[in-house]
Design a protein around this ligand. Structure first.
Ligand code: 2U9
Length: 367
């Protein structure tokens, strides 16, 4: 008789009246269990169903036997039915437990096999990327000035004409405004523009902080230039300002020479070439001996032996008037450098667009 029918009927209905016959029934059930257990493969899905079929609280075979064979059993058969049922339960649970361990072990084994790392296999290269050359140059420049007591301040890229021009001694109609062709923001009540240099933040700092001041201001600046191999409409600057009661031209020259030595190396010589900026007087262009020919003259330095690095000068006392600093008591120097240009010069980058085309073949050269 097929298994399910067997346990669905009471022993009396099956004509089972002797302990031997009871044992015979249980043996039949256990054989059926062992056959089925043997046939059930190890993948857990099917296995679950099999376990429920035998141990399910409601309609599991063992519950059926308890309900149909044990509970209604005659008193003389109840004890042997009880014993046989416990034996069957122990057998069923030990086989199921052993199988569960085997299933788990098999799953772990295949997981381990799956995850077994063959150390001889080449690793998975995770391209971690590099800091952009402009970022690297910013960090290098900031490290040098931080090492001599300057602090870094950053300011807004959208400025007012007052902070970008007037307060820097560049009054309305001053020619300097032209060559700093400016992006003006339309549709705003008050005139706003994209800063053409980071100098506005030096003014804002002096407005808020009494002297002494020693700051560098890194950041993006915008000029309405037609992009070509050496210009972009956005580029990066670091400007610096030092104002105190006793700053001399020597402090200025010493700081410039210290910077060039730190940034380009001890062999590089510097020279100051007279120049003009509305916000510095006297003003100078700072040149360094050409890093390509060492100063003998080549294509890069147009045979001059000198490369223009950045502009600088002693702060024009006119500027102090805008920030309520006493020009009689104070003196200072300032400088402004194009970071993209310095990076290109130091790392031999031929043209500006290369810096912003995100071509990894280019970017990867500067780990
Ligand atoms: C204040 C006073 C003085 C900042 C300075 C320069 C010289 C300079 C150019 C370098 C290359 C701009 O990026 S560039 O095109 N800048 O040459 N900048 S002195 O002088 C200041 C700034 C703020 C209050």
């Amino acid at each position: 008789m097929a298994m399910p029918d067997l346990t669905a009927q009471k022993l009396s209905q099956l004509g089972i009246t002797s302990p031997e016959a009871v044992a015979g029934c249980f043996a039949q059930v256990q054989r059926a269990f062992d056959d089925q257990a043997a046939r059930h493969c190890l993948d857990s899905g099917d296995w679950r169903a099999f376990v429920i079929k035998w141990t399910g609280r409601k309609s599991g075979v063992l519950s059926q036997i308890t309900d149909n064979w044990l509970k209604p059993a005659s008193p003389e058969l109840k004890r042997v039915v009880g014993q046989e049922l416990n034996k069957l339960k122990t057998h069923v649970e030990s086989v199921l437990a052993e199988r569960e361990t085997a299933i788990k072990a098999a799953a772990e084994q295949s997981a381990a096999a799956r995850d077994k790392i063959d150390l001889s296999l080449p690793g998975i290269e995770r391209a971690i990327g590099t800091r952009h050359l402009i970022r690297q140059t910013f960090d290098e420049l900031q490290r040098i000035f931080l090492s001599i007591g300057f602090s870094v301040v950053e300011g807004p890229e959208i400025e007012t004409p007052y902070y970008n021009f007037e307060a820097l001694n560049i009054p309305e109609h001053h020619p300097a405004r032209d060559n700093m062709d400016t992006f003006y923001i339309e549709g705003t009540r008050a005139p706003y523009l994209l800063r053409t240099h980071t100098s506005p933040m030096q003014i804002r700092t002096m407005e808020k902080q009494p002297p002494p001041v020693r700051i560098i201001v890194p950041g993006k600046v915008y000029r309405r230039d037609n992009p070509d191999s050496t210009h972009g409409y956005m580029f990066h600057q670091i400007e610096g300002l030092a104002v105190d009661t006793d700053i001399t031209f020597c402090d200025f020259k010493g700081t410039v020479e210290y910077f060039v030595r730190e940034f380009l190396g001890p062999k590089v010589k510097t020279r100051l070439r007279p120049s003009f900026f509305p916000f510095t007087e006297p003003s100078a262009e700072v040149d360094a001996t050409c890093h390509v020919c060492g100063g003998t003259g080549c294509r890069v330095c147009k045979q001059s032996g000198w490369i223009e690095l950045f502009g600088a000068g002693m702060v024009n006392p006119a500027v102090y008037g805008f920030v309520n600093y006493d020009p009689e008591r104070l003196s200072g120097f300032a400088f402004g450098m194009g970071v993209d240009r310095l990076a290109m010069m130091k790392y031999g980058v031929p043209e500006v667009p290369l810096l912003f085309q995100n071509d990894v073949r280019f970017l990867r050269q500067f780990p």
